[in-house]
Design a protein around this ligand. Structure first.
Ligand code: TXA
Ligand code: MG
Length: 339
């Protein structure tokens, strides 16, 4: 079954989506970051349907979405003061916190971990649906596992039609990259995945905050990673992606010397006049928010155009640019060139 909903005002459709979720079904919901594939986080058989629909590895835990921060204590325990500080400053919003889980969260949701990832989305349709469902909603990004995350209704239909019970139609996601994930399990908070809430913003309210090594480098073999998600193939189009660090002219020279008919530069507006072959722009050089909003659609466009080799101009690691860089590094399978 595929249902489309167009506006937040459509109370009836929100109620229907909530009902499907409450009854153990799967519904794709819009959020401000990316579309999420939701199911009842407390129901292990509902959660199993998420893993099946995505083809997701069983060891990758899910984020539990709440309609309001007041529900935090129902899913987590031994909550540190830092969680309340983050909640006050950034929730609802594109931030996920890792806490000790309560037994009510099944091990299917946490992928066997004794911790739980919790987020309250900013998107009012998402919160209305979670509220209508009456239960916390587990929701990974609504893409087939390994593919770029979905930031439009069309991406969701493309990946998930006939694999879920319903897809809620809404506008393209405002942020465009997934939430910042911060672990509050140890003494010092650690960013496990960068997003729109930056390490600087977190430090401004928490003091010391670490950024996990895996944000900017491949996970080392034989080392236990804090976030299982970083181990898996991610955000990858069919094209071979090379991430290139360098200025406009060096980038253009490198690409122009190599790119064939089926290859493409993925670049900034400023690069476009210098590229002789195919190119796709993902924003201006310093427009980090715009780059975040466009990056996953751009990666999907490479497949629409059957591109073989994509030469991607790396963003600055500033603001949400760090998150865009982190996703591109993974889509390139850490194949990065410094000019
Ligand atoms: O913006 C978002 O966070 C989106 C929307 C739909 O809310 N969701 C999302 O979920 O990106 P997903 O499953 O694609 O990514 C969740 C990330 C994974 O890297 C996973 O390993 C990590 O969060 N994660 C979840 N639970 C965790 C836990 N208990 N400990 C450490 N990492 C965890
Ligand atoms: Mg994902």
């Amino acid at each position: 079954m595929l249902r489309a909903y167009s506006t937040a005002e459509d109370i009836q459709d929100i109620a229907t989506a909530g009902k499907i979720l409450a009854q153990g079904g799967t519904v794709i919901i819009p959020t401000e970051t990316v579309y999420g594939l939701g199911a009842n986080a407390l129901d292990s058989s509902a959660v199993k349907q998420i893993f099946a629909a995505k083809g997701r590895p069983q060891d990758n835990p899910l984020i539990v979405h709440l309609s309001d921060i007041s529900e935090l204590e129902s899913v987590a325990k031994n909550i540190p003061q830092s969680a309340y500080i983050l909640a006050e400053n950034f929730m609802p919003g594109p931030l996920t916190i890792i806490l000790q889980k309560r037994d009510i969260i099944p091990l299917e949701t946490s992928a066997g971990l004794e911790t739980v990832a919790v987020r309250v989305p900013q998107n009012s349709i998402a919160r209305a649906i979670i509220k209508a469902a009456g239960v916390p909603i587990a929701a990974p990004s609504a893409n087939r596992s390994g593919s770029p995350s979905p930031t439009t209704f069309a991406h969701c239909v493309n990946d998930m039609q006939n694999r879920v019970d319903a897809i809620v139609e809404s506008i393209p996601c405002e942020v465009g990259v997934e939430s910042t994930v911060v672990s509050l399990i140890g003494d010092v908070p650690v960013v496990l995945r960068p997003g729109a809430i930056t390490p600087e913003q977190l430090r401004a309210v928490l003091g010391e905050v670490l950024v996990d090594d895996t944000v900017l480098s491949p996970p080392k073999e034989n080392v236990q990673v804090a976030s299982p998600g970083v181990m898996h193939k991610h955000y990858a189009p069919n094209a071979n992606v090379t991430l290139i660090i360098g200025d406009t002219l060096a980038f253009a020279e490198y690409v122009n010397a190599r790119a064939g008919e089926q290859d493409c530069a993925v670049c900034f507006e400023e690069d476009m006049p210098h590229i002789t072959g195919k190119s796709i722009c993902y924003g201006a050089k310093n427009a980090y928010d715009e780059q975040a909003k466009r990056i996953f659609d751009t990666l999907r466009e490479l497949d629409n155009q059957s591109i073989q080799n994509a030469y991607v101009h790396a963003p600055e690691k500033v603001g949400v640019g760090l998150a865009v860089y982190n996703r591109l590094l993974r889509s390139a399978n850490f194949n990065e060139i410094q000019l």
